[in-house]
Design a binder for this molecule. Sequence first.
Ligand code: F6R
Length: 607
Amino acid sequence: MCGIVGIVGQTPVAPLIVDALKRLEYRGYDSAGVATVEKGELSRRRAEGKLVNLERRLEAEPLSGTIGIGHTRWATHGVPNETNAHPHFADEVAIVHNGIIENFAELRDELKRDGYVFQSQTDTEVVAHLIARELRGGAQPTEAAHNALKRLQGAFALAIMFKGDDDLIIGARNGPPLAVGHGQGEMYLGSDAIALAPFTNSITYLEDGDWAVVRRNKVQIFDIDGNPVKRQRQRSVGTSYLVDKGNHRHFMEKEIHEQPEVISHTLAHYLDFTSGKTREMDLPFDFAKLDRIAISACGTAYLAGLIGKYWFERYARLPVDIDIASEFRYREMPLGKKSAALFVSQSGETADTLASLRYCRSEGVPIGAIVNVRESTIARESHVTFPTLAGPEIGVASTKAFTCQLSVLASLAVRAAAERGTIDEGEEKRLVRQLSEAPRFASQVLKLEEQIEKVARELAKVNHVLYLGRDTSYPLALEGALKLKEISYIHAEGYAAGELKHGPIALIDENMPVIVIAPHDRIFEKTVSNMQEVAARGGRIILITDEAGAARAGIETFETIVLPDTPEFIAPIVYALPVQLLAYYTAVQMGTDVDQPRNLAKSVTVE
Ligand code: F6R
């Protein structure tokens, strides 16, 4: 989850490294650091907290080396302070690391017995000392690095630099992504191509077990046994955007507002609005012959998958097993010959989702990936990629990626239904038309911001919130609670409305706001009964519904947010917006760091 960069350049590299780290700050922002080789010596600047603190440090004490490595950290081992910030040094070695060295405790004990003294609490420092020990034993830098790599267990992307050599960085990958960028008389390493986009679009992705010897005029790649390997060089489509917030206070606000447009782009990729049908797809499986789909993902992406389950089962009569990827990867689920697996991920780098994908590949199952970053590892390792066209999502809390994931899942469900013959052409056209209306409904919801902000002012006063929903509104209730927790730090729970009386109803009193997501659909009356149960116990109800729902609820609510009258099929896409806005405005009211909430990172490349 940390971001790493390395540059073997012609001019002082520290400002370039900081520029690249800005594009990687989504991976972590607990601390940051840069090291360069200056006049043969290793020098570094590190700072706790966000990158801006490192920038200030470098302004006061610049670094002048033309080779350097940099890091932005999401803490795993050791608190986020300057001592634990990367780069870590040991004798002649400087290192930055993304991932977790699982056998670090055993290696640290071994190194301590050999007299090595540790400065930090990180797992990373063992790698630096391992290499230093090899160097002391007489190995050359590349040999020393290779020998050390062979001792490591776990997940890592590393960039290693050496005192006295201003033309060598060694990169290594096992798990988290690492890209080599090829320039003119300059070479680069980065956790993703976007970090390197201002410098080059000529990229080679390292594969697991690879390590690269990177010099100004040459890059050599080896496998873990030290054999030279060829990896394809590709043109990256990553843009050198330095994304800005436009007129918005936060990226999250901007991204919520982009939804009508990006949902529309995404849908247009899968649906032909002229014919009213889904577009042809080149698939590694035949929907008509499948007897099951396994979906797996994490966090918000998992909740998109959970809504997808309702759609695949309802419209295509195709059973779906849905799992949280961190559970799926160890569950050893049997997958039959008629199964396909779908993975949902904005970043395309989430470690648990990737591990689940690899499990399914090893079982010989055809793999589809719904991803926002098209060059990501998950995209590259799947048999078919279903892109979400959300554009870069910078706010740590996923918003537009979520509704675009829903747009893809809905389109796939219609396609599956058409291919399986569970809907006829007329029904396919009806569902496609309904989907085509989602961007318009989403725009209408954005007009309710003022009212939602008013409700948020009340939510900001409480410590606990309950979200309820049935059917596809149940995953949305979970999403609402997740969004509120992660950016406002208010404790929230999402429940299936029918489950309330099996326990959580004990929480209800006059201090407990209960947000009920209830479009006027087939089961609206059932949700009304659950609202009655809340009302009878003094709970304050905030109802998100439509005109018909507002008219028929027959309950005194604290506030009713009335959405446009939305077809049941696309309701989750449209109802996601008020849920996001409610969390956003509550967080603004609380004064939290909306785009970079504490303890989180945008891309979770450790388990
Ligand atoms: C919550 C959020 C996370 C991510 C999760 C998976 O707002 O953004 O729960 O959805 O970490 O990330 P991706 O989609 O990159 O696999």
